[in-house]
Design a protein around this ligand. Structure first.
Ligand code: AMP
Ligand code: ZN
Length: 112
């Protein structure tokens, strides 16, 4: 999608600090980290949020979770949180599906 920030990161129009890339997804560090380790994993295909996932496109979500497991194991993150905000009230600010991976500090529950 031409006016989507994360599509621009996928196609290289906007730079990012890449952690991992393959044909289906991209992982890069968050520009405004909320924990000592904070990166995002996104599908290369534009999907607005979890609400846009369906039986035709859901394979990429499983793939993203296997990439999250691979990266967090490689980074030796024993404990971490995976978050996806859906909609403005939940705090979504970029409307391209993404999973936050946060680690390196104590986390509170429930989230604010
Ligand atoms: P959310 O608010 O859940 O939609 O998450 C969007 C995330 O994207 C926020 O944590 C932002 O800090 C992050 N973000 C925005 N612009 C960039 C960028 N250019 N590079 C990396 N992360 C970004
Ligand atoms: Zn997009």
């Amino acid at each position: 999608m031409s006016d989507c920030l994360f599509c621009k990161i996928v196609n290289g129009e906007i730079p990012s600090k890449k952690l991992y890339e393959d044909d289906q997804c991209l992982a890069f560090y968050d520009i405004d980290p909320q924990a000592p380790v904070h990166f995002l994993v996104i599908p290369k295909e534009h999907l607005a949020s979890v609400s846009s996932v369906n039986e035709k496109n859901d394979a990429v979500v499983g793939h993203i979770f296997s990439v999250i497991a691979k990266l967090t194991n490689k980074l030796q993150l024993g404990s971490y949180r995976v978050v996806s905000n859906i909609g403005g009230q939940a705090g979504q600010s970029v409307f391209h599906l993404h999973f936050h991976v946060l680690a390196g500090r104590d986390m509170t529950w429930p989230p604010g």
